[in-house]
Ligand binder design. Structure first.
Ligand code: LIP
Length: 297
């Protein structure tokens, strides 16, 4: 295969992201009339579907030989990430926020080669914030009316000390019973609890409601850690590239695995730092203990 011009891919993704942002801002979604997928906490709107249609049409007409995986057209058991050049797209990440007009939703546009996140574009149209990254070329944010800034935002990020100095991003997800929910409840409690009560006493836990934005904030250094199980490749492919280009690392959300896969559905991201990344991963895994999330890939 002829070599792929990653800058051109990124430019295309940015153009698509802006068009998608316009569609989101002119839509009037409502939590009263949006549809549900798995259960009442797993929302989908007409905008999710319309944006994905626009995105797949534009990307595949520009690159007909590439693969495409999108949240709204994914077929369980049939759609698989392969080593082919692949666009991985969540048309609206943070759909629950979108229907409530809570300003933390975005389009997440990832591009993988050999299953490795290689280009990432995340755009929050409400705040007009654009996060971009290309493997080997760094990652950036452009905020409303501002210059393009290199990530992480701090030129000299502070060392990571331990979880008690961290702001953690974590999500409940839409599974609200069984092993995964019980484990999340236990981990949330242990992270928040005081040291006297055996907890990690983290600075706080943020449930932003979008895995893509969580990863963008960890890349920027505004959150120290993001832990989630249950989200999908389209939620993380773009953010993963942006994170690692900002010096962050991605481990598995289940203890013991330093080489998680994009479609593994269990993620633990740690921001760039001169020291302490490995120790933070190990401390998070200790908090999780013997429990294991069991989301199917
Ligand atoms: C959402 C994720 C979020 C997760 C939700 C959901 P959606 O994606 O980004 O982090 O907790 O369960 O998967 O459904 O808004 O595209």
């Amino acid at each position: 295969m002829a070599s792929i011009n990653l800058q051109e891919i990124q430019d295309l993704l940015i153009s698509v992201a802006h068009e998608a942002g316009g569609m989101m801002l002119t839509a009037t979604p409502s939590h009263l009339n949006s549809g549900t997928k798995k259960n009442s906490a797993d929302l989908v709107t007409e905008t999710d579907r319309a944006v994905e249609k626009m995105v797949s049409t534009r990307l595949l007409s520009a690159h007909p030989t590439f693969s495409f995986i999108g949240e709204e057209t994914y077929v369980p058991g049939e759609t698989h990430l392969t080593s082919a050049p692949t666009f991985i797209v969540d048309p609206v990440d943070g759909t629950t926020n979108f229907v409530h007009a809570f300003p933390a939703f975005c389009i997440s546009l990832g591009f993988t080669i050999d299953k490795i996140p290689t280009v990432g574009v995340i755009y929050n149209p409400f705040l007009d914030e654009l996060y971009t990254g290309i493997k080997g070329q760094g990652s950036f944010v452009t905020r409303k009316g501002g210059e393009k800034e290199k990530l992480p935002l701090r030129k000299e990020p502070e060392p990571l000390v331990d979880l008690s100095t961290c702001l953690i991003g974590a999500e409940w997800g839409s599974d609200r019973s069984g092993n995964n929910f019980n484990l999340k409840s236990k981990v949330f409690t242990k992270l928040a609890a005081s040291k006297e009560d055996g907890g990690a006493m983290v600075h706080s836990i943020r449930c932003v409601g979008s895995a893509a934005l969580n990863l963008a904030y960890v890349a920027a250094g505004q959150q120290d850690v993001f832990w989630e199980g249950g989200c999908w490749a389209w939620d993380v492919a773009a953010g993963w590239c942006i994170l690692t280009e900002a010096g962050g690392i991605m481990a598995s959300g289940n203890p013991g695995d330093w080489q998680p896969t994009v479609d593994g559905r269990k993620y633990l991201a740690v921001r760039g730092a001169p020291s302490g990344q490995k120790e933070i991963v190990e401390e998070m895994w200790k908090v999780i203990g013997d429990g294991r999330m069991d989301y199917e890939s």
